[in-house]
Design a protein around this ligand. Sequence first.
Ligand code: NAG
Ligand code: NAG
Ligand code: NAG
Ligand code: NAG
Ligand code: NAG
Ligand code: NAG
Ligand code: NAG
Ligand code: NAG
Ligand code: NAG
Ligand code: NAG
Length: 875
Amino acid sequence: MGNTFLSFALLIIFHFSMPTSSMKLTTILTDQSALLALKDHVIHDPENVLTTNWSASAPVCNWFGVSCGSRHRRVTALDLTGLGLVGTLPPHLGNLSFLSLLYITNNSFYGRLPAQFSNLHRLKYLSFGNNNFGGEVPSWLGSLTELRRLFLYQNNFKGVIPFSLGYLSKLEFLTLFENQISGSIPSSIFNISTLQNIYLSYNKLSGSIPSGPHDLLSLELIDFSSNNLSGHIPKDMFDYLPNLKELYLSVNLLSGRIPASLFKCKELQMISLAYNKMEGSLPIEIGNLSMLQYIYIGRNHFEGKIPKQIVNLTLLVDFDCSNSNFTGSIPDNLGNLRNLKILTLANNSLTSSRMSFLFSLTNCRVLENLLFGINSFISGELPRVVGNLSSSLEEFSASACNIRGSIPSEIGNLSHLINLELGGNKLIGQIPTTVGGLEEWQSLSLEDNKLEGSIPPELCHLNKLAFLFLTNNKLSGPIPACFGDLTSLRQLFLDSNMFSSSIPSTLTKLNYLLILYLSSNSLSGPLPIDIGKWQVLTSLDLSNNQFSGDIPTGVADLKDLTHFSLSNNRIMGSILESFDELLSLEFLDLSRNNLSGEIPKSLVKLRYLKYFNVSFNRLEGEIPDGGSFENYTIESFKGNEALRKDKLPTQEDMIPLGTWRRFSYHELRQATDGFNDSRLLGNGSYGLVFQGNLQDGTVIAVKVFKLELEGAFKSFDVECDVLCNTRHRNLVKVISSCSNDLNFKALVLEFMPSGSLDKWLYSNNQYLDILQRLNIMIDVASALEYLHHGNATPVVHCDLKPNNVLLDEDMVAHLSDFGIVKLLREEVSMIQTMTMATFGYMAPGDTSNQTPCLFFHFQCKRSMCITKGIIYVKI
Ligand SMILES: *[C@@H]1O[C@H](CO)[C@@H](O)[C@H](O)[C@H]1NC(C)=O
Ligand SMILES: *[C@@H]1O[C@H](CO)[C@@H](O)[C@H](O)[C@H]1NC(C)=O
Ligand SMILES: *[C@@H]1O[C@H](CO)[C@@H](O)[C@H](O)[C@H]1NC(C)=O
Ligand SMILES: *[C@@H]1O[C@H](CO)[C@@H](O)[C@H](O)[C@H]1NC(C)=O
Ligand SMILES: *[C@@H]1O[C@H](CO)[C@@H](O)[C@H](O)[C@H]1NC(C)=O
Ligand SMILES: *[C@@H]1O[C@H](CO)[C@@H](O)[C@H](O)[C@H]1NC(C)=O
Ligand SMILES: *[C@@H]1O[C@H](CO)[C@@H](O)[C@H](O)[C@H]1NC(C)=O
Ligand SMILES: *[C@@H]1O[C@H](CO)[C@@H](O)[C@H](O)[C@H]1NC(C)=O
Ligand SMILES: *[C@@H]1O[C@H](CO)[C@@H](O)[C@H](O)[C@H]1NC(C)=O
Ligand SMILES: *[C@H]1O[C@@H](CO)[C@H](O)[C@@H](O)[C@@H]1NC(C)=O
């Protein structure tokens, strides 16, 4: 206020006393008051720049960030970049009529841009980048026709790109990335013949790219990536962009082929089309773009071969064609690409005879990342020549490529390797001892192979190793005691191997361990007494071993633990009261041990606990009440003879009521148009199945039991019993049941949109390929395996046939119709299994001359049912 008044007073005095130079002074004072207005609008000035330096007693032209013209002394530039200022911009700045540069970059200004700025007709350089400005991108920007650079990036601008920007006929840089701008790209901006760089990435732009030809001789960079652009890239887009060097169109919804006009851009150094829906091949003309350094075309639907012309691109640094549909062999002369640093071929259908491409790649002496995993047709052994790959190699990723044979010891030569991925192959033999030399190693993935022998102690030298994945191999021997030296370890997966002996006491030295999986081995002995040292552990799975002794009290110190399984061991003693301190727990499985005593009441405090299982122990007393315990079913507690059951949910409530949606007869009637025939999906052994549409749009299947049939009541009970007590991805899920005493009983089931397997097998117009058949087979076998072994009471389906196998939208099979299952309760199991010794299931032979292509067959032997999926495929 004071300043403004003073300026005003001065202004009047000068007006009267010095009339000749009044205009000049007036305008200098205008500039001063505009800047003081800005100072007033700044509410936070962390470096006190404006507060201390912008003083009315000093000439404006000496103020920090201000430059003036040498003759007229008017403010020509205001650069306040990176001062951490917070506030708004006052309209007064629109009075700085000589301003040619206004840089407000890297502050925290907010609010809208005042329309008065449209008076700044001399502005050439304008940046509001990296602030919190909002509102629409103003269309008056189009009147600042002297603009060369317009930077609005990293703000919260909304709305569309104004068509008027096309009037900025001298614009060279248009930079709008990281805003919330929507709508389509106006064709007008391609009319700006002076444009050099357009950055529109990370917005919400949609629609298609304006069609060409765009006659922009200066244009060097187009960045439209990370938007929602769709449609084809216009054919003529690149017709007259002879100087284009960088093209970024990745992460959009673009479709169609790469337009031929692109290959006219001989200066191109960067092509980024990744994450789109583009198709067709990578044209051989790619080899003509001899300046190319970066090609990113992964995550599209490209197909065909990688053109051999690619090896002419001698400047190429990075080539990524991953996650597409490329076929044919990997070129054998990629070694010509002497500048290649990153080669990503992963997740295609590429082939290579004996991995011959690796020999040539040894010539790429600066190669850092080589990824060719998930190419199931590669196959062959890993040649010893991998040891001759570039010594700069940091990543070698070849998972799921059908690699056979053993890991060559030469891998130990790759002294800068950080990440090695060879999971999901068919590797045999031992882990080579030479790995001990790979001091930079941080991640080693060898899971899902057939590696054997013991872990070489040399592995313990890798003191940067953070991730070790050895799951599902045939590794044996003890866990090396020297593992305690791997102090960087964060995740250790040794599960599903043949490790024996006890957990070495040194393992608790691994203070940073987050995940430890040791399940399904032959480990024994007590749990580490100082288990509490694993202070940041979030997941601990020790299930399916022979661990014994008590649960150490230190467990209570594992405050971050969310997942804890000790299932199927020989753990004794009681469940510690202090488990109630493990407040992060979501999953706790103590089933199948020798635990005794009571379940501590305090466990009800564990409010995130979603899964709790103490079944098959020797627990006694009452099941605690309340908290998350309200949600557990009998499954969690069964097999504990002395556990008092009166509090347990009754059969009707077996799926916790809270999670059930209740339906009235009326609702179901409405959903199925009064059980209309047109809604009929099928006819089960004891009921009709209707499709129902609930008012909220959910589609359900309603199985209405034919109560007039003898056995239907029992069937309802049995089906309820089975479905309510079993949960498996390949069983049809029950949503609710509805029963009004005597005359209506129904089950509300998950709707399976793809119908029954029967329908698919005998249809003339629907067809399942071999892979789908195999998957269905596996799904059904998994369901049976679960029914037979996954529960205390084995369940035998007894009516397995294609029309009881239902398919969801992803063609995952779900077994249904449990109306005549047999529950092999312990007391009768012997007798029943005897009679079932030759029991088998087979789909009824068909009547037409079309042989069913899929049979199921399994046998029950002794007290165990063994599931054997046998597929007869008709060719
Ligand atoms: C204001 O900053 C400018 C540029 O850094 C400097 O030359 C001038 O001396 C400063 N004035 C005051 C009063 O601090
Ligand atoms: C803005 O700040 C970022 C991060 O501190 C920095 O990288 C960038 O160069 C700055 N921009 C300008 C124009 O100073
Ligand atoms: C581009 O400029 C030409 C000539 O200046 C004009 O006729 C045309 O309408 C403009 N197109 C767009 C989309 O602005
Ligand atoms: C992207 O566009 C599609 C249609 O082309 C639309 O369905 C989707 O909602 C859009 N996504 C965003 C984030 O705007
Ligand atoms: C690409 O190069 C080949 C030979 O080097 C030439 O015949 C062809 O015309 C070129 N294609 C284009 C589109 O320039
Ligand atoms: C790959 O090609 C096959 C057959 O040409 C097609 O069915 C499949 O959808 C394609 N996959 C992708 C990811 O484009
Ligand atoms: C690739 O280079 C070779 C030799 O330098 C040349 O003969 C061939 O024509 C080039 N191919 C293309 C497509 O440019
Ligand atoms: C492989 O690529 C396809 C198609 O882009 C993608 O859907 C799939 O998730 C990828 N698989 C992996 C394991 O990345
Ligand atoms: C029981 O489960 C329901 C549904 O999953 C959930 O909303 C509720 O919070 C759970 N109750 C407790 C006490 O955990
Ligand atoms: C110019 O800016 C406007 C606000 O946009 C003020 O209201 C005017 O007082 C100011 N003019 C002068 C001469 O300072």
